[in-house]
Every structure is written in C-alpha cells, then in structure tokens.
Design a protein around this ligand. Structure first.
Ligand code: HEM
Length: 163
C-alpha cells in the first residue's frame, strides 16, 4: 500500500505520449487518427474527482482493497500505464522495491533529514529536485552500512549515519 501510494504521488514517469492509429471516439470526444496526445499520469493521480478531496495527501489506506479499488475509476492508478504498451518491468520493479526495502529495514531505520527540501522535479522522469537527503540509523551491522552507501551514496544521495 505504501509503495503504491508513493507511486501515485510521485510517478517516475509523470506522463506518456501516444498516437491514435485510427479515428476513435473516447468518452464522447472524437480523436482523428494520427493525433498525438499526452496521457498526464501525474494530473490523473492528483485528480480530486477520482481520488477525493484528500487527493494530494499521502494515504496508503486507499490501496487497502487493491489498486483497482483505490479510486473511483479502476484504471486511474497508472504508474506503469495500462494496455499493450504498459511497462514490461512492472512485476520486476515492484518485487525489487519490496526486496530492497525489506533488506534495508532489517538493519536500518531512516528518516528524511532536516535539510531535505521537498521539491519534486517533473522532467521526462520525476526526481527529487534538491536531492533526497536521509538520515540512516544503523542498528548493529557494519556490512549493511556498505549496502546503504551503495544504494544511496554513489547515486548522489546524502547519507548521514547516526551512531
Ligand atoms: C517503478 C519503476 C518503473 C516505472 C514507474 C515504470 C513505468 C513505465 C511506463 C510509464 C512505461 C510506458 C512508457 C511509454 O509508453 O511511454 C514503461 C515502459 C517500459 N518499461 Fe518501465 N517502469 C519501471 C521500471 C521498469 C523496469 C525495472 C524495467 C525493466 C527491467 C522496465 C521496462 C520497461 C520497458 C521495456 C518498457 C517499454 C514497453 C513497451 O513500450 O512496450 N520498467 N515503464
């Protein structure tokens, strides 16, 4: 639920582009063949008509009954898009996220640093505009510290280890 809610508010791909292969009528709108259009994933994920008045709030419990029941439309949650050109790596990515988190949380706790400034940057992909500074508390094991540095340190994240 936490992973899904994070992907809703901060979808790594904030939009995708598609081209209509033929004339179609979609929800009463005529789209001529050849039209290029944007599917604004980010805007759909923040739409109050779909997600309610608290659309901008982090509320993992939306996903308590699964992604298709998280909003008023079964396909509104679309970090990987839907259909034949949806993300091929979706299952791998979701497994990877869970494995990495489970591995880290066995030995570490972490919180956002006081110097972190929330500033999501929407370009082709979404990223933290001013970095993602986290403070990591190591419970006991030196070896796990290396894993944290590999994951965050070398990719430009600032890591503070609190003894
Ligand atoms: C949280 C992680 C990920 C997210 C949110 C994500 C999201 C997306 C989105 C939105 C698309 C559609 C792009 C478009 O049509 O313009 C896409 C396509 C694709 N993704 Fe991912 N992706 C993720 C991770 C991965 C991983 C780990 C892999 C490979 C191991 C992968 C492989 C692909 C491939 C091959 C396509 C192209 C599919 C096609 O065009 O038929 N993705 N992804």
């Amino acid at each position: 639920m936490i992973v899904n809610e994070t992907l809703r508010l901060y979808p790594p791909a904030p939009l995708v582009v598609r081209e209509a292969k033929k004339d179609i009528r979609l929800e009463g709108v005529d789209i001529p063949g050849g039209t290029t259009f944007v599917i604004p994933i980010l805007a759909i994920h923040y739409d109050k008509e779909l997600w309610g008045d608290n659309a901008a709030e982090f509320d993992p419990s939306r996903f308590a009954e699964g992604a298709s029941k998280s909003s008023r439309h079964p396909k509104a949650f679309m970090p990987f898009t839907h259909g034949p050109r949806m993300c091929l790596g979706m299952n791998f990515a979701l497994l990877e996220i869970r494995l990495v988190l489970a591995t880290i949380l066995q030995k570490f706790t972490f919180v956002t640093s006081p110097i972190y400034k929330h500033d999501p940057l929407y370009t082709l992909t979404m990223k933290p505009g001013k970095g993602a500074q986290v403070e990591v508390k190591r419970e006991d094991c030196e070896a796990q510290g290396n894993i944290i540095e590999n994951l965050f340190g070398k990719s430009g994240f600032l890591v503070g280890v609190i003894e």
